[in-house]
Design a protein around this ligand. Structure first.
Ligand code: AMP
Ligand code: MG
Length: 348
């Protein structure tokens, strides 16, 4: 299949709408990451998303809409849901609600709930308006790869597998949406993202955090959010996270890099902008300022993908405090590292 990569124009949006109505797949930009969309009500079309991504069938998709009236056939809309939609839609918040029968099982992986979101990206909204369909879309990467934050990332993974990629530039947030479930007794964050716990609590009161956000699933533990599998956001190389006091971390990164390089590995460090100069001899990859977790979020997946392009096999990374947007960063970085963490003081 020939994959077209087109800037968003009236003509390419009309083409996207035709393809989606015809049961085909279109990759499109959102403010979080790029999505791979199909008509959510067309079972065969949704199946082809799983095939194109190599995605396990037990990992449900998010239904994207541009107008809340589209929810009538999709889910029950609770009072708390309305409050969250008023506060954060369009935007990077996915809400899990009890589903309606109309939604094919393939979208929800057979669960009795469905995930819904109204994205804020102008190209995503224009595409959703043009096709007038609810669009089921996961991230537009091959399963197991970091999510794509540019049209080029999508092309690298999906060339030959889908007919159209709409190019809308770099994704602003850079991490997938916050997922909150309103289907249980208390609101619960299943996946942290750009909309933080504090922002949600200001609107709906106390919100719980799923236990497995900063650790691997225990044996036999069921993933509340099926995408949060043990090693999900991963580059090909082995990532190790270094924790500890700032100057100890910089010194540990220097020693670990030197050791790996001396053993013949293609090694690098992922460090804050403030430490790039001190780590100039350690193949530094700048992840953004230590005082700006949003910048780290914005850059993270592009950095991880770059490591694969460079065929890096050993990677040592700094960490951010797991608070606010930092919680979302550490949820992804922890999985990229398969939770391999070392205390800097133990290296020195
Ligand atoms: P992706 O956009 O690729 O990150 O995939 C969508 C993610 O949304 C899934 O991996 C799940 O973590 C989450 N999700 C979608 N539907 C549900 C649901 N009904 N219950 C819990 N989590 C869901
Ligand atoms: Mg994904």
């Amino acid at each position: 299949m020939n994959t077209q990569l087109l800037p968003a124009t009236d003509a390419s949006l009309a083409l996207a709408a035709r393809l989606l109505a015809d049961g085909q797949l279109v990759a499109f930009p959102t403010e979080t990451v790029y999505g791979l969309g199909a008509n959510a009500l067309d079972e065969a079309a949704v199946r082809s998303i799983f095939a194109a991504k190599g995605r396990p069938a037990d990992n449900p998709l998010i239904v994207h809409i541009h107008d809340r009236t589209q929810l009538t056939d999709i889910c029950e809309v609770t009072e708390s849901a309305v409050r969250l939609m008023d506060a954060f839609w369009p935007g990077p918040l996915t809400i899990i609600l009890p589903r309606k029968e109309t939604v094919p099982d393939v979208v929800t992986a057979g669960l009795d709930t469905v995930a819904v979101r109204m994205p804020a990206h102008p190209v995503a909204l224009a595409m959703l308006r043009a096709c007038k369909l609810p669009i089921a879309a996961p991230s537009a990467n091959r399963s197991g790869k970091p999510s794509p934050t540019s049209a080029k990332h999508v092309f690298d993974d999906m060339n030959g597998r889908i007919p159209l990629i709409l190019d809308g530039g770099e994704s602003d947030v850079g991490l997938e949406s916050t997922v909150i479930s309103l289907a249980g007794e208390k609101p619960c964050i299943l996946r942290p993202g750009g909309i933080t716990k504090a922002m949600l609590e200001a609107v709906v009161g106390p919100v719980e955090l799923a236990g497995s956000i900063l650790r691997p699933l225990e044996k036999g533990e069921k993933a509340l959010s099926p995408g949060m599998m043990y090693k999900h956001y991963s580059p090909d190389g082995q990532v190790t996270l270094i924790e500890g006091e700032e100057s100890a971390v910089v010194e540990a990164l220097r020693r670990l890099y030197a050791h790996a390089a001396s053993e013949g590995h293609r090694a690098c460090v992922m460090c804050f902008t403030e430490h790039v100069a001190a780590l100039a001899d350690c193949n530094p990859h700048d992840i953004g300022s230590k005082d700006d977790p949003s910048e780290v979020a914005h850059r993270l997946f592009a950095t991880l993908r770059g490591l694969d392009d460079e065929k890096m096999d050993v990677i040592f990374s700094e960490v951010v405090p797991p608070e606010g947007v930092g919680l979302a960063v550490m949820n992804r970085l922890g999985r990229a590292a398969a939770f391999r963490t070392v205390r800097a003081e133990e290296v020195l």
